[in-house]
Design a protein around this ligand. Structure first.
Ligand code: FRU
Length: 476
């Protein structure tokens, strides 16, 4: 296990509850599960960042989804097919051949052959691999279950991120993200998912493609399934969506399609029904798992690839973290709400009232701020005693915006983060969780969410709200 991760960076940037890699790079959450009561989270881990982007799997455990103990990495490249990285995948808990529970894992092996041209439809080779663990820490018997020769002719080399689950009849199902080739261009190739089935998780048969009725990007990564309220939701991460003023503002997107029924009955999905999970600067590649209490829990990568802003300021020995685990629930219109797992409520200290236009100074950079019965328009601003206001969440009756309002132009340029805006006609409540260098905003019971990193110089949070509302801030 390793300890604190900061080289020279201020300690107040260190989150208390968000999982970070400690050292090196982190991207997607992988193989999230609860095994014998303990939560196990793996993640895409770059131990040699920034010198190499070969991915391993980092691993951490938690009794409560908030207190994390990092262990040795779960996996480094081992098979010839994964020489250039152990890419994303999922876990499920099953009864092994000896009658005891074990974690079965499926993931993508990444190989870049000599001479491959980067950023093309055939820039690497992807195999799908299975392995298992009896203690949640060490994995054994890694072996390839799907090779490029098994894939349908319509797809290019981009086939990855298996999501595997079992139905009540014992059948195993797998979703794989892919790119259907039209002419090998990012302008015309089409993102889609493949469904595969298996009697045992070893021998897999291609079942069908699930395609968008209208093209939605050139590649879909990280497929997932959510099962709530008797229907399925297909979650994917489309790459290549054009930026619009009020949506798709990050480089790549993450969201879901509500399906009419079960995943296995879908052939197409309606691109118009695609709903983004999170509208902030730092969110991608979420994974959803069901814990032993039956909660559907979403965890995102609190970062993105190639942003115009930094997520590892000078001195920070690690880059990126995961979001808080968020319980998913159904809104009355069938959309999905996200809310920090209730374990966070137990970590709150004595509440302090937050009155409109009366700045509230916190002891440190960790707080859970709640506003309810919001009436009218206004903004909730966050800053520090040292710097004044830095970040605000503003509502004007039609739009909801997360805005970095740096008065210092040099700092603003360094931050690169400016604003993210969505259409929103009503604001009834807001929850803002500040945890060191992370900020997560939940509006309207979690119908709209914004996640961002921030790196203030000051270490005492100041909250100031002009919204007419019942407000309270809990120290965390
Ligand atoms: C998404 C992703 C996955 C891939 C992994 C590699 O962020 O590109 O599709 O498996 O990251 O690190």
């Amino acid at each position: 296990m390793d300890t604190l991760s900061i080289a020279q960076a201020p300690l107040h940037w260190e989150p208390h509850f968000h999982l970070t890699p400690g050292h090196g790079w982190m991207n997607d959450p992988n193989a999230l599960c609860q095994f014998r009561g303990t939560y196990h989270f793996c993640y895409q881990y770059g131990p040699d960042w920034p010198n190499s982007d070969t991915k391993w799997w980092g691993h951490a455990t938690s009794p409560d989804l908030l207190t994390w103990t990092r262990t040795e990495p779960a996996m480094a490249p081992e098979l010839p097919e994964e020489r250039d990285g152990v890419w994303s995948g999922c876990a499920l808990v099953e009864t092994g051949p000896d009658g005891t529970e074990r974690i079965r894992v499926f993931y993508t092996a990444h190989l870049v052959p000599e001479g491959a041209v980067p950023h093309t439809a055939y820039d690497h080779v992807a195999h799908q691999v299975a392995t298992h663990s009896s203690d949640g820490v060490r994995y054994q018997d890694r072996h390839v279950i799907l090779s490029p020769a098994d894939y349908p002719a319509e797809v290019c080399a981009h086939v990855r991120d298996p999501k595997v689950w079992r139905e009540a009849d014992g059948t195993w199902w797998m979703l794989l993200g892919t790119r259907l080739v039209v002419d090998e261009s990012r302008e015309r190739d089409t993102g889609a998912v493949m469904l595969w089935s298996s009697p045992d998780g070893e021998a897999w048969t291609f079942n069908r493609f699930v395609r968008p009725m209208e093209r939605l990007g050139y590649m879909w990564e990280c497929p997932n399934i959510v099962r709530l309220g008797g229907r399925d939701y297909l979650a994917v991460c489309p790459q290549g969506m054009p930026h619009e003023e009020l949506r798709w503002q990050n480089r790549w997107q993450a969201g879901y399609f509500p399906l009419a029924g079960r995943m296995q009955q879908a052939d197409t999905v309606d691109a118009a029904s695609f709903t983004e999970w999170d509208h902030g600067f730092d969110f991608y590649a979420p994974q959803i798992f069901v814990d032993q209490q039956g909660r559907s829990i979403l965890v995102g990568w609190m970062g993105t690839f190639d942003p115009s802003y930094s997520s590892a300021p000078e001195g920070l020995a690690w880059c990126h973290c995961l979001t808080l685990p968020r319980e998913l629930s159904l809104a009355t219109d069938g959309s999905l709400l996200q809310w920090p797992v209730r374990e966070l409520d137990a970590r709150r200290g004595t509440p302090i009232q937050l009155a409109p236009n009366v700045p509230l100074t916190c002891a440190n950079m960790h707080a859970d701020i709640l506003l309810k019965d919001i009436r009218g328009t206004g903004a909730l601003a966050l800053g520090t005693t040292e710097e004044g206001e830095l970040l605000s969440l503003a509502f004007n009756g039609e739009r909801l915006s997360l805005v970095f309002g740096q008065t210092d132009a040099a700092k603003a340029a360094a931050l690169g983060r400016t604003h993210r805006t969505i259409a929103c006609s009503a604001l009834t409540d807001l929850r803002v969780v500040v945890d060191g260098s992370t900020v997560e905003v939940y509006a309207n019971r979690g119908a709209q969410v914004f996640s961002t990193r921030w790196f203030p110089a000051g270490n005492q949070l100041v909250v100031n709200s002009s919204l007419t509302a019942q407000g309270v801030a809990y120290p965390l």
